[in-house]
Design a protein around this ligand. Structure first.
Ligand SMILES: *[C@@H]1O[C@H](CO)[C@@H](O)[C@H](O)[C@H]1NC(C)=O
Ligand SMILES: *[C@@H]1O[C@H](CO)[C@@H](O)[C@H](O)[C@H]1NC(C)=O
Ligand SMILES: *[C@@H]1O[C@H](CO)[C@@H](O)[C@H](O)[C@H]1NC(C)=O
Ligand SMILES: *[C@@H]1O[C@H](CO)[C@@H](O)[C@H](O)[C@H]1NC(C)=O
Ligand SMILES: *[C@@H]1O[C@H](CO)[C@@H](O)[C@H](O)[C@H]1NC(C)=O
Ligand SMILES: *[C@@H]1O[C@H](CO)[C@@H](O)[C@H](O)[C@H]1NC(C)=O
Ligand SMILES: *[C@@H]1O[C@H](CO)[C@@H](O)[C@H](O)[C@H]1NC(C)=O
Ligand SMILES: *[C@@H]1O[C@H](CO)[C@@H](O)[C@H](O)[C@H]1NC(C)=O
Length: 902
């Protein structure tokens, strides 16, 4: 057992190192664009930067500075988008680090155009680098990493050329350093202006003399206005006391003015701003010099005394200065200083609201594209396709991307002023926009929208509304006239009918109406449907899905014809829809026939009322309606699911569902006991599982929450996978569940798991069908992004959702949260890189230390594979089940052996 523990420890340690600074003293030294690792003369290990960045190209820059020549690797970003970032995981969430970056151009591209670009640390833009002014260029920042990732970005400037970087170094600093005399440090970033080893006239000094690898420059070039000699005296002190821990070697030298009574440093600063200054003193002389310290004419400290053998520091902040005149004026003996540091204080702007970030991430996921949206949308510079004011997202342009619907998350983008969704394959009603009260410009043109809906009337700031080239039908709502700021309304090329409401008849509003059936303010001129003929408009091309896509047929047909033939077409379409429906649904409702198809019992509404004691005890609620506890005459407990009126299915669909559910009998699927279909009631009666749902156990409050061990979690996963495997492979027809999630996995008292709620499920009837095209349904956080973007439903969509459940079991957190950092909002995006790297520090605290790493690895790997974006890369549920069984067996053996050892 001891040996096993040691191995576990070793394994954890290794995986930990993968994602953290792991060199000496926590150093991380990246050779940007480098191919190999190497150690420099100070024994510092330099590694290629590929772990931390994926974009950009690499090159080698050769140059010489007179005496010697160098070959430096570099990474550059041609035609770069808005920002290119290094993302470096930090091992400790509040760590002060030094970030040092070097930039080199040396005409490596032969264009003789040194680039100009900005550099950001965290959310703050720290400095603009202009390699035409200085080449090479070096920058140093001190920053408190508040998040779990250190983000360092290069941000292209219009016409500034390709940003280029050659090295990046991260050095942890002493805890608590560089905060004295400064309020509110966590919101400041310090950019180094000077770090001078006073009195030291040779080369700069750094690691290993400074264990934190700060570079202390010799001071000869900084003091043009006085003559003084540097002293170096072997000291009697052995450690410096300031919390910054300046190295003893630095304090051993000092500038002491022997013949005059004032010592002055004149330090030019490159920008106007607030500066943080630290002066270090060490008693290296056998006397106690005292002096006044004057900065830019103001005495900041009078009668400062240095005690022999002691070290001390003075911290000063100066607001709004452009240059620094530091003068020490003698009171007794000679003025003296040993080291000084000067930093510009850069404000760190507050981050974009988590609701906005999370909404944008969901939107990105739904597009199925990698839009490069990572970290904060606005800061340090806005993502592509969006624009910001400060940390508010005010503009979003997703034109030409296949969205298909305006998802509810758009309604969370409360600060939007401009929304451009033209040519995004939208269909149906205009919806999910009613909260966007600041919206000024809305472009929904070149889609297949069919209904104006009611959301637009809430957009009181709207100035421009572009709805041209859709398939909008019906009349233009009167309420649009209430939008007082509206000055352009484009309705061209729709199927709208007149007359236009008089409320729109005002001077300030320009309305474009050509290409509609009959759209004028006049009520009489509408007899002739062809009076307003369709004008030739660019045709939106829809790539038809491989098979039976009702929507697409509809959209293509509507898109290609004028008004006259509409009635005929509508007829054809109805037939088409009807035919398509028939493939999936049975269209009879008579009770007698139900009895023939269904093994399940048919209840009367009266029987249901008695069983539930008049719907007394609610045990669940959902968008579909409520679930009540009931007891059948034979004493059996049941869960009675009653649909709200609004959520009721057509009779066909309900019968279809009952028919489907009643055929399914499997130990890991919740059994349908019966149903009731009377008058307006649609009620399903299920077997009752008293153990609650998996979600209750993982996240429930107080009594429900139950710490599940790893082995239990695996057992639950195996059970649920068996149920799902039966649906996919065991039942005839095959069934896709469509709503796999933790709250749909129920437990009995023995903790056996069963999958429930097949309400959304689809049968795959045709022998050869590989997928079903449907309207996207499911639960946010569990939705297969590929299904979302293509609307093609396959069994792999269930595998994706099940993968999310596995990640929840491993990490003990919900698929979407709004706390923590933006990168952690989405479980899949957050957990994947950690688990891939075998970094199990994200495993649920409740099971940490009690799992066999091999078992965890198996489960983690199959979870990651299941949530692959590309559905074809995902395993089948049968493969998932096999892996989970193995993981379960390994963990069982692990528990056995540890029991035997004890
Ligand atoms: C980060 O981890 C490394 C080793 O893993 C350690 O040396 C370093 O001190 C840690 N940094 C902080 C600030 O905890
Ligand atoms: C730099 O690279 C060139 C070509 O690969 C090589 O000839 C030269 O010796 C290298 N110089 C140094 C200093 O490594
Ligand atoms: C981070 O470092 C500080 C100081 O070294 C320590 O007090 C704190 O516990 C650490 N936090 C974590 C999460 O390791
Ligand atoms: C500075 O360098 C010179 C020659 O390079 C050397 O003679 C001298 O001792 C050095 N001084 C110190 C203080 O290291
Ligand atoms: C050097 O450090 C040791 C232990 O920290 C201390 O006992 C000793 O007094 C120090 N020496 C001087 C000269 O301060
Ligand atoms: C620096 O400040 C001192 C004292 O305030 C003053 O005498 C001196 O002229 C100043 N030097 C410059 C270059 O401004
Ligand atoms: C300066 O301070 C020392 C002790 O800290 C004191 O003895 C001396 O009188 C002070 N000098 C003046 C001019 O205030
Ligand atoms: C619409 O977007 C598609 C890409 O989704 C693009 O290929 C097509 O050219 C766009 N059509 C128009 C009219 O802009």
């Amino acid at each position: 057992m001891g040996l096993r523990n040691a191995w576990v420890g070793f394994f954890l340690l290794c995986s930990f190192c993968l994602v953290t600074f792991c060199e000496q003293d926590g150093f991380l030294s990246l050779s940007c664009g480098g191919r190999t690792s190497l150690r420099d003369s100070s024994k510092i290990l330099w590694v290629p930067d590929t772990t931390y960045i994926t974009s950009g190209k690499t090159t080698t820059i050769s140059y010489s500075d007179g005496s010697s020549s160098f070959n430096n690797s570099a990474r550059f970003f041609p035609n770069s988008g808005r920002r290119k970032c290094y993302r470096i995981p930090a091992n400790n969430s509040t760590t002060l680090v030094l970030v040092r970056a070097k930039f080199l151009y040396k005409n490596y591209d032969g264009l003789r155009k040194p680039p100009k670009f900005s550099v950001s640390v965290g959310t703050a833009i720290a400095i603009t680098i202009n390699l035409a002014e200085s080449d090479p260029w070096s920058e140093e920042f001190l920053w408190t990493v508040n998040e779990d990732t250190l983000i360092f970005c290069l941000i292209a400037i219009p016409k500034g050329g390709s940003p280029v970087i050659s090295s990046l170094e991260i050095r942890p600093l002493p805890q608590g350093a560089y905060t004295n005399g400064m309020t509110n440090f966590p919101n400041k970033l310090l950019r180094k202006s000077y770090r001078i080893d006073c009195g030291h006239s040779n080369e700069s000094l750094r690691y290993p003399l400074d264990p934190f690898d700060r570079i202390w420059d010799a001071d000869r070039s900084f003091t043009p206005f006085h003559v003084a000699t540097g002293f170096k005296i072997q000291l009697s002190f052995n450690k410096s006391s300031p919390v910054e821990e300046p190295p003893v070697a630095v304090l051993q030298t000092g500038r002491v003015l022997a013949r005059r009574n004032t010592l002055t440093y004149n330090l030019p600063l490159d920008t106007l701003g607030d500066y943080y200054i630290i002066l270090y003193f060490a008693g290296i002389l056998p006397v106690f010099p005292s002096f006044d310290i004057i900065i830019n004419g103001e005495i900041v400290k009078s009668n400062y005394t240095i005690k022999s053998s002691e070290t001390s520091a003075l911290y000063v902040t100066q607001k709004g200065i452009e240059s620094l005149n530091l003068t020490l004026k003698s009171i007794s003996f000679y003025p003296q200083i040993n080291a000084l540091e000067v930093y510009k204080m850069v404000g760190i702007p507050s981050a974009t609201s988590s609701t906005t970030v999370s909404a944008l991430q969901v939107i990105q996921q739904s597009t199925g594209l990698d839009l490069g949206w990572q970290d904060d949308p606005c800061l340090p510079s806005p993502w592509e396709k969006i624009d910001c004011e400060g940390s508010l997202v005010t503009s979003l342009d997703l034109s030409d991307i296949n969205l298909r619907s305006i998802s509810p998350t758009f309604d969370d983008l409360l600060d939007l002023k401009i929304l451009d969704l033209h040519n995004t394959s939208l269909s149906g009603e205009i919806q999910n926009l009613d909260s966007l009260h600041h919206l000024e410009k809305l472009n929904l043109s070149f889609n297949q929208l069919t209904s104006i809906g009611t959301d637009l009337e809430n957009l009181m700031k709207l100035q421009i509304l572009d709805l041209q080239n859709n398939s909008l039908m019906g009349v233009v709502p009167d309420s649009l006239g209430e939008l007082e700021d509206l000055h352009l309304l484009n309705l061209e090329n729709n199927k709208l009918q007149g007359p236009l409401p008089q409320s729109l008849n005002k001077e300030t509003l320009e309305i474009r109406t050509s290409g509609n059936l009959c759209l004028t303010f006049s009520t009489t001129s509408c007899d002739d449907a062809s009076s307003n003929p369709a004008i030739e408009a660019p045709q939106v091309t829809i790539v038809p899905q491989k098979k039976h896509g009702v929507h697409n047929h509809l959209a293509i047909i509507l898109g290609t014809v004028g008004g006259a033939t509409l009635a005929f077409l509508l007829m054809c379409i109805s037939v088409l829809i009807y035919k398509t429906k028939q493939q999936y649904e049975v269209s009879h409702t008579s009770r007698a026939e139900m009895r023939i198809w269904c093994a399940a019992k048919v209840f009367s509404y009266k029987e249901i009322k008695v069983a539930t004691r008049n719907f007394k005890e609610v045990i669940g609620r959902g968008s579909f309606g409520s679930v009540y506890l009931g007891k059948l005459p034979d004493g059996k407990s049941v869960a009675v699911k009653v649909r709200f009126d609004k959520s009721q299915l057509g009779a066909d669909s309900f019968i279809n569902e009952v028919n489907l559910l009643s055929k399914i009998r499997h130990q890991n699927l919740v059994t349908l006991e019966g149903f009731c279909h009377e008058r307006k009631h649609q009620i399903l009666v299920y077997e009752y599982l008293p153990g609650g749902s998996l979600a209750d156990h993982l996240y429930g409050t107080n009594s429900q929450k139950n710490s599940l061990s790893w082995v239990r979690r695996l057992k639950i996963a195996v059970d649920a996978a068996k149920g799902l495997d039966y649906l996919h492979n065991g039942s005839e027809p095959r069934i896709i569940h469509r709503d796999i999630k933790c709250s749909n996995i129920l437990l009995d008292l023995d903790m056996n798991a069963k999958v429930c709620d097949l309400g959304l499920s689809k049968q795959v009837t045709q022998e050869d069908a590989t997928h079903v095209t449907t309207v996207v349904k499911g639960t946010a956080g569990y939705l297969d992004p590929e299904y979302y973007s293509t609307q093609q439903l396959t069994e792999k969509s269930d595998v994706y959702s099940f993968g999310v459940v596995l990640l929840e079991l491993i990490c003990g957190r919900e698929p979407l949260t709004h706390s923590g950092t933006p990168d952690s909002f989405n479980l899949v995006l957050w957990a994947k890189p950690y688990l891939q790297a075998g970094a199990y520090e994200i495993v649920d605290e409740d099971i940490r230390g009690s799992f066999d790493p091999l078992s965890m690895r198996k489960a983690a790997l199959v979870a990651i594979k299941s949530v692959e974006r590309d559905a074809s890369q995902r395993p089948s549920i049968a493969e998932v089940l096999a892996e989970l069984k193995e993981a379960y067996d390994i963990q069982l053996r692990f528990l056995d052996s540890s029991q035997n050892d004890n």
